[in-house]
Design a binder for this molecule. Structure first.
Ligand code: NIG
Ligand code: FE
Length: 403
């Protein structure tokens, strides 16, 4: 049951991520008033305690931030690829493993063999663990079904957990264009055409809000995915695209042209593409755990920043390139390996991530969803260190305590 009537949360240090104040919108001895699912006021504790005289107070001696928003995950995966990981650590190549029938297609086999209930159970358990890390919203992609039936079952599993208010909020993305299934090997265009045909049913049954495609040298080309993405846009779905992970094949330009909400990875991206993304208002979702496990150099963050592209940080949780469930780990790596400032990391995992998903969370401001984390930490500087354990005291999503 959500908190009603108004309750005050007092924070030794409140980081609102409300840009109406300043970038981080930090308030020492701050407070938030919550009523049901919404934030009704933010300010200093002395101010709010006068306005809400009768309200009970949760007095938190540490840091309070918006709930974290993980804007890129493949969290509905089944099985694992630990042997592949060991092979890669011993020198085998990710793209070569995929070409030999491993990689994404190995996870496809595991999903096809699983029941919808088993996928949902697995995802539910994963989301519970993510909540304990402070994550209150998670984007989850399909992309391990690669047939209409199996993609739909993955999306149905995602939908079945998304109605559970005791879990983080879930946003579903259809990623049929993740890899070509073995039964259509060599016919990428034909497979992309099929994905295009599945869109009507997906929209009719409200199974996804976004469509993704893996645009890269060993995946799909711009020409192959364009018709599917144009159709998705016609149907009112947003676009978030895997772009430039191994090579720049023009995906960022296509994303900008189609008004995509995000381009994700961007280890390879030109200055002119960065300018096009900034002009289109397309966010860059940075995935430092993936480039770390692949032993890649980071994207050109300075170039994206100079171009004025909004930077988002996400986990990429998946069994291949980012075998983690931890957005806080990705945040620590964004600070350490990508050179993001602490403010950029925090905004990239809250307000900017939420904006890339068209959501009214990720920010502590009147009217926003009551999604917030009471951390067992003194201030935000402690939040970007690679802690390796959960540092949350209490986690609220939509006014309800979920961890
Ligand atoms: O974001 N690059 C494509 N997709 C995923 C990897 C998926 C997988 O290996 O299963 C990524 O890195
Ligand atoms: Fe990914």
């Amino acid at each position: 049951v959500p908190i009603v009537p108004p309750t005050l949360i007092r924070a030794h240090r409140l980081v609102t991520c409300d840009s109406a104040r300043d970038e981080l919108g930090a308030i020492d001895d701050g407070a938030i008033a919550i009523e049901a699912e919404r934030i009704v006021a933010t300010g200093t504790f002395p101010e709010l305690s006068k306005r809400f005289v009768a309200a009970p107070v949760i007095d938190h001696p540490g840091l309070v931030t918006p709930g974290l928003v993980d804007a890129h995950t493949h969290a509905a995966w089944m099985g694992d690829r630990a042997r592949e990981y060991a092979m890669r650590m011993a020198g085998a190549d990710y793209e070569a493993i995929a070409a030999a029938g491993g990689g994404i297609v190995a996870s496809m086999r595991a999903v096809r063999e699983a029941s919808t209930e088993a996928i949902a159970d697995n995802l539910r358990a994963r989301l519970r663990r993510m909540a304990t890390l402070g994550v209150t919203t998670i984007e989850v992609k399909s992309g391990y079904g690669l047939s209409e039936e199996a993609e739909r079952r993955q999306l149905e599993a995602i939908a079945s957990v998304s109605s559970d208010r005791s879990l983080p909020r879930v946003v579903a993305t259809f990623l049929g264009l993740h890899a070509v299934p073995p039964e259509q090997r060599g016919d990428r265009r034909g497979y992309a055409q099929r994905c295009r045909e599945w869109l009507d049913g997906i929209v009719r049954d409200r199974l996804a809000q976004f469509v993704d495609a893996y645009i890269d040298r060993a995946a799909f080309s711009v020409d192959e995915v364009r018709p599917t993405l144009e159709r998705a846009r016609e149907l009112g779905l947003g676009l978030r695209l895997h772009v430039g992970q191994f090579a720049d094949v023009g995906g960022a330009e296509l994303a900008a042209e189609l008004g995509a909400k995000s381009v994700d990875h961007l280890e390879h991206c030109s200055r002119s593409a960065a300018d096009a993304l900034a002009a289109a208002g397309t966010s860059a979702v940075l995935l430092p755990v993936a480039s770390y496990t692949l032993r890649q150099d980071p994207p050109n963050v300075a170039q994206l920043r100079e171009a004025g592209v909004a930077l988002v940080v996400a986990s990429d949780a998946n069994p291949g390139t980012a075998p983690t469930e931890s957005l806080p780990l990705a945040m620590a790596m964004a600070a350490r390996s990508y050179g993001l400032t602490i403010d950029e990391v925090l905004l990239g995992a809250t307000s900017r991530a939420a904006a890339s998903l068209d959501l009214d969370c990720g920010v502590l401001r009147p009217g926003a969803s009551a999604d917030l984390v009471l951390w067992s930490l003194r201030d935000e500087h402690q939040l970007v260190q690679p802690a390796g354990v959960s540092l949350t005291a209490q986690v609220f999503s939509r006014g309800l305590r979920i961890a």
